[in-house]
Design a protein around this ligand. Structure first.
Ligand SMILES: NC(=O)c1ccc[n+]([C@@H]2O[C@H](COP(=O)([O-])OP(=O)(O)OC[C@H]3O[C@@H](n4cnc5c(N)ncnc54)[C@H](O)[C@@H]3O)[C@@H](O)[C@H]2O)c1
Length: 274
């Protein structure tokens, strides 16, 4: 596979109006990429656009809903007319959704999260992959989560949506390799963004997650830098946080030891968030 020339790459990021999407937009623009952001939040879009303009990047901000194929197709037409193509698709838009034991969730809670976190990524792929394949170059980056690998309790909907994003990305790597298009899944643990605004939970659980985000030594800009390098190096999986990366390795290599540890750790978390 030929390496993608990152400088001057044309990049489209869903959910670019806040948090990680905004940080990716800024980092990739600083590295010389042409950046377009899509979001349902118009204020967020405007903020990121101004930040991009301030660093001298000509920013494209598109109102775009990852739960709508029509909306993504509209974004595609705008990008093709502005740029005549796309090199890097970043399916980042996501929500936290309903937190709690499985039996306390409703089918509507599941449908809401799956529609954005999983089907939003699927729709992005359906709409944009033909462009990348025709060009015989490009990359698709799907933002998953460590939650999809370590599956903590009371997060079944979110965990399942993110595990599925990892499975989707692993499938894509085989389908896209013949077209010189690389596939990437990003699995961060907690870092500070506005994600808890979309979290439906009891106040204790929300405070717990917010404290974990505040404690993280890794910020959105660090994750954005790692994603840039991941694409440059054509690395399939990115596990951004060292402690969680070690836990995942333990889970793979010594599953029975990991299970004992995880039961203890997660039982403690469940008492804190009750
Ligand atoms: N922050 C963390 O600790 C963390 C950890 C692991 C993974 N993630 C993932 O990172 C990604 C970005 O989240 P974030 O933490 O920056 O949160 P955030 O809430 O700050 O940003 C999410 C953005 O997505 C947008 N969005 C939501 N629904 C949309 C839709 N239907 N169409 C288009 N845009 C939509 C929101 O308006 C918002 O601007 C998500 O996929 C999230 O699951 C975050």
């Amino acid at each position: 596979m030929h390496k993608l020339k990152m400088q001057q790459s044309r990049v489209f990021i869903t959910g670019g109006g806040s948090g990680l999407g905004q940080a990716i937009a800024l980092y990739f623009a600083e590295k010389g990429c042409r950046v377009a952001i899509g979001d349902i939040n118009e204020d967020g879009l405007e903020t990121t656009k101004q930040m991009l303009l301030n660093i001298g990047s000509d920013a494209l901000a598109l109102k775009c809903d990852a739960t709508s194929l029509d909306s993504l197709n509209e974004a595609k037409h705008q990008l093709v007319s502005e740029w005549q193509g796309l090199d890097i698709l970043i399916n980042n838009a996501g929500i936290a959704g309903k937190h709690g034991f499985v039996e306390s969730t409703s089918i509507e809670d599941w449908q809401k999260v799956i529609d954005i976190n999983l089907l939003g990524v699927v729709r992005g792929c359906m709409v944009f992959l033909d462009l990348l394949k025709q060009q015989k170059k490009g990359a698709v980056v799907n933002i998953a989560s460590m939650a999809g690998l370590l599956t903590p309790p009371e997060g079944a909907i979110y965990n399942t949506s993110k595990s599925a994003v990892i499975a989707l990305t692993e499938t894509l790597q085989y389908e896209l390799a013949p077209f010189n298009v690389s596939s990437h899944a990003v699995c961060p643990a907690f870092f500070k963004t506005n994600l808890t605004r979309s979290m439906e939970s009891n106040p204790k659980a929300k405070r717990f997650i917010e404290r974990e985000m505040d404690k993280s030594s890794i910020i959105a800009a660090d994750v954005a830098k790692m994603i840039f390098e991941q694409v440059e190096n054509r690395q399939l999986l990115l596990l951004t946080h060292p402690r969680e990366r070690r836990l995942w390795r333990l889970k793979k290599l010594l599953p029975s030891i990991y299970e004992k540890m995880a039961h203890k750790l997660f039982a403690k978390v469940m008492t804190i968030t009750k």
